[in-house]
Design a protein around this ligand. Structure first.
Ligand SMILES: [Zn+2]
Ligand SMILES: [Zn+2]
Length: 238
């Protein structure tokens, strides 16, 4: 069955996201847009996923716990996990590989942590909008080791993408899926790049405000709507 998705959404934990990106607002916007499943992938952190998971639990929406990790090479890698626990474990690992730098709210923006009722329960002090010292290979294998999966984010973009950094997909990483921006030029890019001809594409919004979340447009065919099923699709274990 086809299920509609947006697998690249930032909560207000990401300093570049709007303050309106609270757990309830994200879940309700996804429902208004007619989506069946979303992944929230904050920069280098999993700290709003538990609230999001609880928020989506009694709604007809699958929350796939995710993190967007920035590699040593300044490449963004989307990592998805079966449960919040594995995502949090990845978050701790990633946190150990960030430079010890405090967020400067006035420059980067606040990094909000919420509970499931959108109450502000804290702010992340570690600067999240920065690269880790992890190679892309290490990020992919860490996600796999935690029963998750990884794929390159927004490969059509001129910055923070594997193709802008290296010019090509590294042969050291086996991946059958790449993410492309959910835009007309993203689709055009996906059609034109000969080196992506064998790949399957995930189109996602990378939204930092509610209005930019994908509409009911992009779907994948899954045997059932579970996080495991999504991860198997990405790992080509259908
Ligand atoms: Zn990114
Ligand atoms: Zn992003």
């Amino acid at each position: 069955m086809n299920y509609y998705y947006d697998f690249h959404i930032h909560s207000a934990l990401s300093p570049c996201a709007e303050e309106e990106m609270t757990p309830n607002n994200i879940v309700n916007m996804a429902l208004v847009n007619g989506l069946d499943m979303i992944a929230v992938t904050d920069h280098n952190s999993a700290k709003n996923l538990r609230a999001l998971w609880q928020c989506a639990a009694d709604k007809p929406l699958l929350l796939v716990p995710g993190i967007e990790v920035e590699s040593l090479e300044e490449v963004h890698v989307s990592c998805l996990f079966p449960r919040v626990e594995e995502a949090e474990e990845m978050g701790r690992f990633v946190g150990e590989h960030l430079p010890a730098m405090k967020n400067k709210e006035e420059i980067f923006g606040p990094q909000y942590i919420f509970d499931e009722e959108d109450h502000l329960v804290g702010k992340e002090e570690q600067l999240l909008l920065v690269s880790t010292d992890l190679t892309v290979e290490t990020i992919f294998s860490a996600a796999l080791d935690l029963s998750g999966c990884a794929y390159f984010s927004h490969v059509d973009r001129d910055s923070y993408s594997i193709l802008s950094a290296l010019g090509t997909l590294p042969p050291s990483i086996e991946t059958s899926v790449v993410e492309v921006s959910d835009t007309p030029w993203g689709r055009q890019f996906a059609r034109q790049r000969k080196d992506l001809a064998e790949k399957r594409f995930l189109y996602s919004s990378d939204c930092h405000r509610l209005a930019d979340m994908s509409q009911k447009k992009n779907c994948i065919d899954l045997p059932e709507i579970t996080t495991r099923s999504v991860i198997n699709w990405i790992k080509d274990m259908r």
